[in-house]
Design a protein around this ligand. Structure first.
Ligand SMILES: C[S@@+](CC[C@H](N)C(=O)[O-])C[C@H]1O[C@@H](n2cnc3c(N)ncnc32)[C@H](O)[C@@H]1O
Length: 278
């Protein structure tokens, strides 16, 4: 079966990586695992062998017949379709284990974790994801490092992220052009309290859009530079700090200290009972 580039298909062929993904998932009886893109079933096989129930979502319909023939059982449910268009809550999965298609990494992380303003609830217990190394680096980055950006702050607001193992290109067929990594994301049961999550999102977006600028300048379309400098002083930070110097805690405090312009003061509340998917 030829790998299709437009579906981000790279078949995992490293038994060691597969074993490390399964171990990191810490599967127990009663676990219901969401697998995104089962492909030719490299990961589906050990997931089912662990005793878990598996709900697999595959966009490439040409693969679905074979998957159904190979794995059809009471513990295996195959959904032919686009994971990004699927309402995940009714699937009832508590964990995610997947070698994801890299071309949808950004929206997929948003779909699985939600956002600061709309965290996914109920949250998954853990997500074992094979991603580009660059994405893993950004999710785990510390303030001041090159990889640290808005994704780091958003990700760390929603979940802890740990590296499970490095994955070189030759672990796949065909090999991707980039290095990869398996990460374990564990969404926080309780999220930091924020008066206005939407305002925090706005500040992050604007602050990191021009990350080489001092924050007071980067945010000047939203807040008077003097107010930003004053807030940074109150936080015990250099008044000339850039976005990349601030930790998640600093961003949370900054969003409380800075006055929000009038049009942002009303946060739209997510409708009760609807799962976040943004
Ligand atoms: C990197 S491959 C992984 C295949 C297999 N799990 C493995 O490890 O060898 C990504 C898989 O995701 C599927 N895929 C791509 N976009 C998708 C989407 N939007 N929804 C569901 N599956 C998708 C591809 O067809 C492919 O099977």
């Amino acid at each position: 079966m030829r790998a299709r580039k437009r579906f981000g298909q790279h078949w995992l062929r490293s038994e060691s990586v597969l074993a490390q993904m399964i171990a990191a998932a810490e599967l127990h009886a009663g676990d219901r695992v969401l697998e995104i893109g089962p492909g030719r079933g490299a990961l589906t096989r050990p997931l089912l062998a662990s005793g878990a129930e598996v709900v697999a979502v595959e966009l490439d319909r040409d693969l679905c017949g074979q998957l159904q023939r190979q794995f059809g059982s009471e513990r295996f449910q195959l959904i032919a379709g686009d994971i990004l268009r699927l309402d995940l809550a009714p699937l009832g999965c508590n964990k995610v284990v997947a070698n994801i298609p890299y071309n949808i990494t950004g929206p997929l992380l948003g779909h699985l974790l939600g956002s600061i303003a709309r965290p996914r609830r109920p949250a998954f217990e853990r997500l074992i994801l094979l991603v580009q190394k660059e994405i893993g680096d950004r999710l785990m980055a510390a303030p001041g490092s090159k990889a640290y950006g808005a994704l780091s702050v958003r990700g760390q607001f929603l979940a802890t992220c740990e590296k499970v193992c490095a994955v070189p290109p030759h672990a796949f067929q065909p090999p991707p052009k980039v290095d990869s990594v398996v990460i374990c994301l564990r969404p926080h049961a309780t999220l930091p309290k924020v008066r206005s999550p939407q305002w925090l999102e706005t500040l992050l977006k604007q602050g990191f859009a021009t990350r080489r600028k001092m924050l007071a300048n980067a945010l000047k379309s939203l807040v008077e530079p003097d107010q930003v400098r004053q807030a940074l002083r109150q936080l015990g930070r250099d008044v000339n700090s850039r976005a990349e110097a601030l930790s998640l805690e600093d961003w949370l405090a900054l969003s409380e200290l800075l006055q929000q312009p009038r049009q942002d003061q009303q946060d739209p509340q997510p409708p009760a009972g609807r799962s976040a998917n943004g």
